[in-house]
Write a protein that binds this ligand. Structure first.
Ligand SMILES: Nc1nc2c(c(=O)[nH]1)N[C@H]1C(S)=C(S)[C@@H](COP(=O)(O)OP(=O)(O)OC[C@H]3O[C@@H](n4cnc5c(=O)[nH]c(N)nc54)[C@H](O)[C@@H]3O)O[C@H]1N2
Ligand SMILES: Nc1nc2c(c(=O)[nH]1)N[C@H]1C(S)=C(S)[C@@H](COP(=O)(O)OP(=O)(O)OC[C@H]3O[C@@H](n4cnc5c(=O)[nH]c(N)nc54)[C@H](O)[C@@H]3O)O[C@H]1N2
Ligand SMILES: [Mo]
Length: 694
């Protein structure tokens, strides 16, 4: 028997991007473990990826190309050869491209976060084709823009430093579920005497374990940050020297936050003035003592109307108290832009045809429901005639499902899906192509949590006739007659170009070495903004932002209420009085892993958490089936009556495969396609519903 241990990377959409060790015996993977030597992974994998073999060797893996035989959505297919599948796809795409290639749309997100199996060969293909561009907004676009206005880039604290913090605000995130290795650092900090505070409308697994929980109303975080700034200034809990040297617009900010008294803040956030005081004073006083104060701001705050502004406001706090002076102080939303990614050579935007009669067209992935149903028009351009979906499950994850499904059900739409499993989206495909999993292909990974580049070596041969995405796009390019040499580059060639080794952060980057070592840390200073140096236009932390002004926003921190809330939409709230959020279940990763039985069994069935007073007034008992509805749709779930939610808030942990739910639906039946203030991102947690006993 031959036994090998292969260095690999977890590919999933999670800030932790774990370094993994895969044991292979006679060509079969027999164990997947966290690399004990990798400082972030520390030998620990989450419950989901610890089951990666169950997913890889799942009896329902797609192993052969398929062609549709039933109606769209029915999920009936017959096996075809790769030659036949490629011929069917290229002849159809060529016919559409001859009329207008912009009628073809790629739809992809972060099923794998790998550079090779993500947007490299695929983007070269779609750019060369002249297809519509996809605006990838579904997750982090609002906060990404918000943080950039204040700090200049998506970068910040090193997650490894959180264990040295003395106060950690976990703001709109549930790291026990979705950023496990940060939670491990937070627990270490707590053992060393730190105070942990969760700011979250819901008592999540994480909030339950923190010292304090501030259960504000969804979509009101921008107001809470304004109220904190008011108090920091009023009580003079400031670092005047830091403000003077490294920030812009303090006087205007001071003027702006004057009206944000604890009472006004509390009223908008649905909490008490004492809670606002406690939060601001703990933050300011800890910093005044010279102790590091840290904020981890996550995705929960971005999924409402004012999500961009909320992140922009929260990002002002560390500079006010001088938290950036310490490696263990500051804020992190994403470390993504610390990596010098080589997008130009990987994606080759220069291949896009320059045709004045057909200017480039961009489609927002978050409004795919509306856009698939839109006819051709001068402002929109051609109707979408073909979709090529990879690394994503839009039928389940995109908002306002009823529209998304009607779009995918169009008989005249040609849909190709590259997948591991027969997802809700695959059910609507004309052609299905089987993709390899992380154990079967090569890749290289950045992270949006830590600061390492992680290599993924293939551990086993592809199962069945599955192929890597990169290879599928190479084959599609060949069958479309694209013969440029860049479509012949291997996965190793692509990985070797992933990062710019002339950039100071990645001077040690060398793919051959990395494949052997498994991972390397970027070369960045411990306290990136200790002496200013913010990548903003002024080089300072911008309380006042000229760029925001020219982009049409208020240049100072402000509060934009949710689209759907009792305070901001009283007429709608009269019909649908309950706010609904649908954050991730611990044992699923978006919709990935929902079909892994052991993980699904842990989560049971779709349920709706509601407060006892909301349940009682509707005669709903724990365990009853309930109907959740609004103007966009209706969903069934089992009621869990619990004080983990606040009055007026219901929580539908997500994201279920629709076909695995009793009514064939999930929470996106109720979400809307309205977009955030910044970044044109979805407002998944800005939703009003009514609930009744089913
Ligand atoms: N297990 C698991 N891990 C994941 C994922 C997963 O699906 N499952 N998804 C991955 C992805 S794609 C992402 S983007 C990240 C997400 O990472 P996080 O943002 O840490 O993840 P969530 O678990 O969604 O936590 C969001 C929290 O925000 C709260 N929240 C909702 N609305 C508001 C609000 O208006 N204000 C505040 N302050 N809080 C609010 C929710 O109750 C929830 O507890 O996690 C990644 N990791
Ligand atoms: N209601 C509600 N909706 C949400 C959210 C929410 O909190 N609430 N969260 C939103 C967020 S943050 C995000 S990021 C999106 C996530 O949306 P998606 O990025 O679409 O994530 P998944 O649902 O996990 O689907 C990824 C798919 O990619 C496939 N895949 C994985 N690796 C590969 C590969 O190598 N090749 C190919 N071809 N396929 C592969 C997986 O099998 C899986 O079916 O959902 C959003 N939708
Ligand atoms: Mo996400």
């Amino acid at each position: 028997m031959t036994t090998q241990v292969i260095r690999a990377a977890c590919p999933h959409d999670c800030p932790d991007t774990c370094a993994m060790l895969v044991t292979v015996e006679d060509g079969v993977a027999t164990s997947v473990k966290g690399d004990p030597d990798h400082p972030n992974t520390a030998g620990v994998l989450c419950t989901k990826v610890a089951r990666y073999l169950e997913r890889t060797y799942h009896p329902e893996r797609l192993l052969y190309p398929l062609k549709r035989t039933g109606k769209k959505g029915e999920g009936k297919f017959q096996r075809v050869s790769w030659e036949e599948a490629l011929r069917l796809i290229s002849s159809r795409l060529r016919a559409i491209a001859d009329r207008d290639p912009r009628a073809i749309l790629p739809y992809s997100y972060a099923g794998t976060m790998g550079v090779v199996q993500g947007e490299s060969m695929a983007m070269r293909f779609f750019n060369r084709l002249g297809a519509s561009q996809l605006e990838r907004t579904i997750c982090s676009a609002a906060g990404g823009i918000g943080i950039k206005y204040t700090l200049g880039a998506k970068m910040g604290m090193d997650t490894e430093q959180y264990e040295n913090s003395k106060l950690i605000l976990l703001w709109g995130g549930n790291p026990i579920a979705s950023n496990l290795h940060l939670w491990m650092r937070a627990q270490e900090a707590k053992r060393r005497g730190a105070v942990l505070i969760a700011i979250d409308p819901y008592r999540s697994l994480t909030a339950e374990k923190c010292d304090h929980h501030i259960p504000l109303l969804p979509g009101t975080d921008a107001a809470l940050a304004l109220g904190m700034m008011h108090l920091l200034i009023q009580h003079d809990l400031l670092d005047h020297d830091y403000i003077e040297n490294y920030t812009l617009g303090y006087d205007q900010l001071k003027h702006r936050v004057a009206e944000w008294t604890p009472e006004k803040t509390a009223q908008i956030c649905g909490i008490s003035a004492a809670q606002v005081e406690m939060l601001a004073c703990l933050y300011g006083e800890t910093a005044q003592r010279g102790d590091p104060v840290a904020i981890r701001v996550n995705y929960g705050v971005q999924r409402a109307h004012g999500g961009g502004m909320a992140v922009r406001n929260i990002a002002c706090l560390p500079a006010l108290v001088g938290a950036w002076r310490h490696p263990a102080g500051g804020i992190l939303i994403s470390s993504g832009e610390t990596y010098p990614k080589n997008e130009q050579p990987l994606q080759r935007p220069d291949l896009m045809p320059q045709d004045v009669a057909r200017p480039q067209r961009t489609i927002n992935m978050s409004t795919i429901g509306d856009d698939l149903l839109r006819p051709a028009s001068p402002s929109f351009g051609p109707a979408i005639e073909a979709l090529v979906v990879y690394n994503s499950n839009p039928v389940a994850v995109a908002p306002e499902s009823a529209k998304v499904e009607s779009g995918f059900a169009r008989e005249d739409l040609f849909t190709v899906v590259l997948e591991h499993f027969q997802t809700d989206t695959v059910d609507y495909a004309d052609i299905v192509l089987p993709a390899t999993t992380q154990l079967e292909h090569t890749d290289i990974h950045a992270s949006y949590g830590h600061l390492y580049i992680v290599a993924n070596n293939p551990a086993i041969a592809p199962l069945g006739e599955a192929k890597p995405n990169s290879e599928i796009f190479r084959l599609l390019a060949a069958s479309m007659g694209f013969d440029d040499p860049l479509f012949k580059e291997s996965d190793d060639d692509i990985a070797a170009q992933a990062f710019d080794a002339t950039h100071p952060h990645a001077r040690q980057f060398d793919w051959t070495q990395l494949k052997h070592d498994g991972w390397m840390k970027l070369d960045v200073p411990d306290a990136p903004f200790a002496h200013g140096g913010f990548p903003t236009p002024s080089g300072k932390c911008e309380f006042y932002s000229e760029r925001m002004k020219s982009d049409g926003f208020d240049p100072l921190p402000t509060y934009l209420p949710p689209y759907e809330s009792i305070a901001s939409a009283p007429e709608l709230a009269a019909k649908y009085p309950l706010a609904m959020i649908s954050p991730p279940q611990r044992n699923f990763l978006n919709t990935t892993f929902v079909n892994v039985k052991s993980l699904r069994d842990t989560e049971g069935e779709p349920y709706l958490e509601m407060h006892p007073s909301d349940a009682n007034s509707r005669s709903i008992a724990d365990g009853d089936m309930v109907r959740i509805f609004n103007d966009r749709g209706t969903l069934l779930a089992k009621a869990h009556v619990t004080t983990n939610t606040r009055e007026g808030l219901v929580v539908a942990l997500s994201i279920w495969w629709k076909k695995l739910a009793s009514d064939g639906k999930n929470a996106n039946e109720l979400t809307s396609q309205r977009l955030t203030d910044m970044g044109r991102a979805p407002t998944f947690y800005d939703v009003l519903v009514q609930v009744e006993k089913a």
